[in-house]
Design a protein around this ligand. Sequence first.
Ligand code: ASP
Length: 439
Amino acid sequence: MKVVKFGGSSMADAGQYRKVRDILMADPQRKVVVVSAAGKRFSGDHKITDLLYLCYAHVKYGVDCGGVFDMIASRYLDIQHELGLELDLEPELLELKKRIDSKQISQDELVSRGEYYSAKLMAAYLGFQFVDSADWVKFNMDGTVDQEKSYAALRHQVLVGYGAVIPGFYGVMPNGAIRTFSRGGSDITGALAAAALNADVYENWTDVSGILMADPRIVDDPQAIPEVTYDELRELSYSGAQVLHEDSVFPVREKNIPVNIRNTNDPSAPGTMIQAKFEGDHDPDRFITGITGKKDFSIISLSKRGMSNQVGTLRKVLSVLERHNISVDYVPNGIDNVSVVLPTASVEKDLFTIMAEIQREVEPDTLDVHHQIAVVAAVGRKMAFRPGISGKIFAALGSSGINIRMINQGPDELNIIFGVDNKDFKNAIRVLYSSFITK
Ligand code: ASP
């Protein structure tokens, strides 16, 4: 059995609903469907979730949200009419508008209605069972999901042998209030459903033919990654690639369920397979799985003569940052110096206090901060124990005149991370892509 999740662009209009149905009909194992709210139909269009947040903001500040609400309602009613459904959402939408006007609805409940209506329409269109996520995704008071309770509740709800449609993005608190995940959270709902039902595969249908090897805004027409491990994916998304919602990997990974990223607009493309490991090597010449990165980091560096013989310097620096609730991304160091690399946005506000505290507590000989640093990560499980890869990376960057500000490689050799100036960021990614990926 496969759990299949369709993102916002796959739910954007009646034409997309038809494509979803064709995809489901093509494989009878695709039984449980998780859907997002309607997304953009064309560039410049609005996502329903954004409009719902906007609607809530109007009400909060005492402004009538009628215009925005009409846009939302007509998107769903258009789909309903175009597909000729018997289901009529209009009375529910009118009821919702009344609750909004009388301020009887929380922000989370209001924005959750995007996926709720998508799922209602899709269930009616397919003739599948509608399973409300308010009846099975159970949050704990601290905002985490109670997996055991949720899984049991879903197993209890889903009728075996029938198809089911489930709205993504939300669940219910112990007191019965609706709560949403963070943005993009329908991926998590899909993963929870796949784990609950012990699916063979979790298919995540979107509008690209898999996870791309590099950001298409930087590299022209990058290739899709055919196979990636959960560990590589974690590195790729931590370092900047926008793929799945980060928290969606945990439930499927625990149960060893492979994830397949697919394209609703190109269903014949195999997409990207994500699993714990792969047997065999289909492309032995390729060492790098993907290249990604983020701009706007700062490096705080300090040096002190004899630091290598003293105990506790790094701990003191880290404890200053800990007091300010700042987490550190990388800690490159030398014999008598140490640096910490962190997102500029996280230190900006308290920078002077932090520097003063480090100065007082560590008494370094020099203390500097450098901004405008970009971190680039080359990720690949096949780089491990293979000599020469970093040599090739740095040679390629060097011959393109890109200066490297920091280098970091973890002991698992799953990635090679380096810092460059913000201005060299895109070029660094392009140089790596063209030296390693296009052959
Ligand atoms: N509709 C929600 C959002 O736009 C959740 C999702 O689509 O995954 O963030």
